[in-house]
Design a protein around this ligand. Structure first.
Ligand code: AMP
Length: 525
């Protein structure tokens, strides 16, 4: 796969290269871009139905049969081919231009206008093109090309050091742009710097314990683990922006946090932190913060109810310079020099007793636990490595993708009542469990509101979703199961919360489920 991709890249023009790179990863816009296509499956089916001269129900029926939107579209366009002929060839950039125009279409007439463009695209598509076009529109290409493959292919195509490709990607967060730089030569890749208003992937943490972290690393920098929402704050001159953990811009949803951080520094900075909600002096559960992120309107009234507080724990950029290569201890020193307020307290110690005490304090104050960080470690964007260790009370939960549901019954007949959850194996979703307990009525309403527009197929009472939503689920035990493709199932699964700060790529892997299974007492290992 890497080889094939790398052979195509050198022949692409500069304007085609980034588009091609994103398309083969099933994306249209750079990850950091706020732009969204804004086409739900329904609009797509309607467009395809029109072009194929059939009804939307037939499209849905065919998707149910093939289990794949792409193949269904291909079949439908194949039938059409005998009766009509193409108007024009679809060129890469034309498709991109059309998709961009769809993304930019807003206002009251937007659905009709979008539909018009979707129809035009499919009426010009050959059946095989239709297969991939449909999947690109739903941002689920299913060709198994991941970021790692594409990074390798770029390095190979332009004979540059893969390490430099990776390095540039960490700062740019868009392999399309990185490919262009690689094409221009290693020097250009080397020059890449983090810059304001270009969000950087967030560094992530592994689970661990105080004793083993200190045994392995000696001194650790300990901070409270706040149960809120991750943010990245960018400031240059008088302009400030905030990004969520998924690198979506959330400036307008958090005006008070932006103001507080702006007041705390005169410098140009990129700061990493966690915003928490507080009522009185107790932190509120995570869901309250998320609701705020989501609710872009009505911000003023919410502002009074709940106080939002930023806790800054890292600095990635300062006055034109990248800091991510520096050890944490030096970044921390810079942070304390240039930011006057809202810095998360930190204790550096190799004494398990002292850190244990801090852990108790954190829990007593209503926080989630501790983060232990290796003081000599650089900031590695997007990496869930051993340099950041999270320590929290042992509650076994899994972050899983919602891939299907069944309609509820009785008074819950207008919402989904149970959900099918999946883990992943190298990007392929593997069903793991159904979950029907743990939901309040409001949460079921919320799940329905989030998912209703993402139904890709339906049979009887069951629906399948375009996978995008992550939920956290608890369980009592992992069991071997012949009923699920991954070979495992959850015993007593229960819904804990929606994790809409998490991306589908971050869900639990089959490998880690297997490991958890073998760690269980009595699993025979
Ligand atoms: P988890 O989401 O359970 O994988 O835990 C990692 C998350 O903890 C990060 O993405 C942050 O949102 C959050 N967090 C809370 N406090 C801190 C902290 N002091 N340092 C780093 N991350 C933190």
């Amino acid at each position: 796969m890497i080889d094939r991709i790398s052979r195509v890249l050198p022949d692409l023009r500069d304007d085609e290269l980034p588009v091609f790179i994103r398309f083969i990863m099933g994306r249209i816009f750079p990850d950091w871009s706020p732009e969204k296509l804004g086409i739900g499956p329904n609009l797509l089916y309607e467009g395809v139905a029109y072009v194929a001269g059939t009804r939307k129900e037939d499209v849905v029926e065919r998707i149910n049969r093939t289990g794949d939107v792409g193949r269904a579209v291909e079949e439908l366009l194949g039938k059409k081919e005998q009766t009509s002929f193409f108007a024009e060839d679809l060129a890469l950039l034309d498709v991109y231009r059309d998709l961009t125009s769809i993304a930019k279409t807003g206002g009251t007439r937007s659905q009709r206008e979008k539909l018009r463009v979707v129809r035009r695209l499919f009426s010009n598509a050959r059946p095989l093109e239709g297969r991939y076009l449909a999947r690109i529109m739903l941002e689920d290409l299913r060709i198994g090309v991941g970021e790692g493959n594409v990074r390798e292919a770029i390095a190979r195509a332009f004979s540059v050091d893969p390490y430099l490709v990776e390095h540039a990607f960490q700062a740019k967060n868009d392999l399309g742009e990185v490919a262009l730089l690689a094409k221009a030569g290693e020097e250009r890749l080397r020059e890449v710097r983090i810059a304001p208003f270009h969000p950087v992937k967030m560094m992530l943490a592994q689970q661990g314990s105080i004793a083993s972290a200190i045994a392995e690393n000696g001194e650790m920098a300990a901070e409270y683990k706040y149960d809120g929402s991750r943010f990245q704050f960018h400031k240059e001159g008088g302009t400030c922006r905030m990004y969520s953990r998924r690198l979506e811009e959330v400036t307008d949803a958090l005006p008070d946090i932006v103001e507080m951080l702006q007041r705390a520094t005169d410098h140009d900075v990129i700061l990493d932190g966690e915003v928490i909600a507080i009522r009185g002096d107790r932190p509120l559960p995570f869901q309250n913060v998320l609701r705020r992120f989501r609710r872009k309107h009505d911000v003023a009234s919410l502002r009074e109810e709940i106080r939002m507080v930023p806790n800054v724990f890292d600095i990635l950029y300062l006055d034109g310079g990248t800091l991510i290569g520096l050890p944490l201890s030096e970044r921390r020193a810079r942070l304390q020099e240039v930011v006057t307020d809202h810095i998360a307290p930190q204790v550096v110690s190799d004494d398990p007793g002292e850190i244990g005490k801090m852990y108790e304090d954190a829990l007593a104050a209503g926080h989630e636990g501790l983060m232990l960080k290796v003081p000599g470690s650089p900031y590695t964007p997007g990496v869930r490595g051993k340099n950041w260790i999270k320590v929290k009370p042992e509650v076994d939960t899994l972050d899983l993708a919602v891939i299907g549901a069944e309609w509820g019954e009785g008074k819950r007949a207008h919402v989904f009542g149970s959900f099918l959850l999946a883990c992943q194996d190298e990007g392929v979703l593997i069903p793991l469990s159904k979950v029907a307990t743990g939901f309040s009525d409001e949460q079921l309403q919320e799940m329905h509101a989030l998912l209703a527009d993402h139904v890709v197929s339906q049979s009887g009472k069951e629906v399948q979703f375009e996978p995008f939503l992550v939920v956290e689920a608890g369980y009592s035990e992992i069991q071997k199961s012949p009923n699920y493709a991954g070979g495992f199932a959850l015993r007593f699964p229960r819904f804990v919360r929606i994790r809409d700060d998490k991306d589908i790529a971050e869900i639990e892997t089959l490998e880690s489920i297997r490991e958890r299974y073998f760690r269980q007492p009595g699993s025979g290992s």
